[in-house]
Design a protein. Sequence first.
Length: 197
Amino acid sequence: MTGRREESARESRRRLLRAATELVAEAGPRAASVQAVADRAGISRGSVAWHFGSKDGLIVEVIELAFRTAEEEYGRRLPHSGPLTFDALVDAHLAVVDAPCGRVFATVLPEVLRDEGPLRDAYIEGYERTRQVWIGYLERIIQDTPGLPDAKSLASIVFGTGIGLHTLHNLDGLVDREAAFGALKELFRLAAGVRRG
């Protein structure tokens, strides 16, 4: 009996987290009210407090899950050792940006820039961890390309470019993120060629 009850509780938690992630990805944390999450999950609204303590507790879990999912996606798309290209890294980044986790990042960012608290703390922690993953990838890429900026600077450039392009795309649907990231790839190739030559 206990096993069935525990499995039911885990399933309720998964459904609530999935519903909250969908709502946050669609329209941001404000859209993920306790009632909206419960309705989408088909579970009583009291379950949110029982499983997560509060709406903020639930949204923190959504943010943490989004960063874990992004890191897993990079790991799935990129080789764990050996040669790695900037193009492959940017392509993996575009896939993450277009996935639900990337939409969570985009909709939560304005909230965490505006307000301090647990959502901001969770976002910063996830961002810093993901940035370290990127620095590791970039170190592999630039090790054979002397003269390029250091991996930390390149990570800042790519993350900043990604945030900016995604914001512009949301403001103006005519902004083509793939074309813009293609231009970033070309700039990297030019810089690498110029530095080598």
